[in-house]
Ligand binder design. Structure first.
Ligand code: EPU
Length: 304
């Protein structure tokens, strides 16, 4: 357990927050202990006050989005920031602006309804726009940076920056926004498209995802990154690990890179299943799988 050595500063306690929220309610996977302090600013100024206060006090903290790419392995005593900004979209010609709190799938649907093409691939990627920025979310050979024209974030000191993406800032499932920065929002530039064709593409991506991934079970998406030129799911499958189970945690029989929670999986069971999969894939293929999901334990984030 993380020891909370001192009371939280008044400047934090003045911000909207909740106490003792179970991570089963905050993540799609539903594993983990309790979030002791959940801060939910409704304005960018409140988010800035949160980050500035933590920076000034030297207080470690974490950012949570939709919780769809996160495995929590215990209680978290450090303050957790979950933005609750306006979800209104702003359109200016081919450009659409959204806050980090906007749902990623909803954004994909909303721009499709406007007859704008370029985010169809995202129609099945859960989480928030902030999470998509943090991970440079992608599927089917496309990723967020392909359509991103500007993004907005807080630096670790709480300064607000809005800028165009530059080379090196976004890579496969990684972005510079993750490095202690807090995503606030983005602007994407899309293309005018035929609404019927856009809808058909959205449906096609959704259907493909639904047939290959266990979306009816609690999951955190793909658990491991695809090693260069390989598919982690196929490697796990070839190692004969589908159906491997530790308590209520199981390697999905549908897709090897999905580790699902049948309902009552504990953090320990989930950690044990991940460790077994990594060890067996290393043994069988000589490849060390790196987590694609973000992993939080009680001591701090362990990211892949
Ligand atoms: N395969 C198997 N067995 C399995 C799973 C996959 O043989 O158990 C084979 C498939 O038949 C296919 C190949 O492996 O030939 C690739 O599989 P798939 O098309 O399902 O794609 P993936 O590489 O496993 C990636 C992303 C997914 C994304 C899909 C579709 C990563 C780690 N995964 O999966 O992203 O939805 O492509 O674009 O990059 C996520 O980020 O959480 C995620 C699920």
């Amino acid at each position: 357990m993380e020891a909370m050595a001192r009371p939280l500063p008044d400047a934090l306690l003045a911000l909207p927050h909740r106490r003792d929220v179970p991570f089963s309610k905050l993540t799609t996977l539903g594993v983990g202990g309790t979030c002791r302090w959940l801060f939910e600013p409704v304005t960018e100024a409140q988010a800035q006050a949160f980050v500035r206060t933590c920076a000034r006090e030297g207080l470690p903290w974490r950012t949570l989005g939709g919780g769809s790419n996160l495995v929590v392995l215990g209680d978290v005593e450090a303050p957790v920031l979950r933005l609750n900004l306006s979800r209104d979209l702003a359109r200016d010609g081919l450009e659409v602006r959204a806050s980090a709190s906007h749902g990623h799938i909803r954004l994909s649907q909303a721009v499709a309804d406007l007859g704008l093409s370029g985010l169809e691939y995202a129609s099945g990627i859960p989480g928030t726009v902030g999470g998509a920025l943090h991970m440079n979310a992608g599927a089917y050979g496309r990723e967020l940076v392909d359509v991103l024209v500007r993004y907005r974030f807080l630096t670790p000191d709480g300064d607000l920056v809005e800028k165009a993406p530059e080379p090196g800032e976004f890579r496969y499932r990684w972005s510079v926004v993750g490095d202690g920065r807090v995503a606030l929002g983005l602007t994407v530039r899309l293309a005018e498209g035929d609404p019927a064709r856009i809808r058909a593409l959205v449906e096609d991506y959704r259907r493909r995802r639904g047939t290959s991934q266990p979306l009816s079970k609690r999951n955190a998406g793909c658990i491991f990154k695809n090693p260069p030129g390989q598919s982690a799911g196929r490697l796990i499958d070839q190692a004969g690990l589908k159906g491997l189970r530790v308590g209520d945690a199981e390697v999905s029989p549908e897709h090897g890179n999905f580790l699902v929670n049948h309902g009552a999986a504990t953090s320990a069971q989930f950690a044990e299943l991940m460790a077994q999969v990594r060890a067996k894939v290393l043994d069988r293929h000589g490849i060390t799988l790196e987590p694609e999901v973000e992993i939080w334990d009680s001591h701090g984030p362990i990211t892949g």
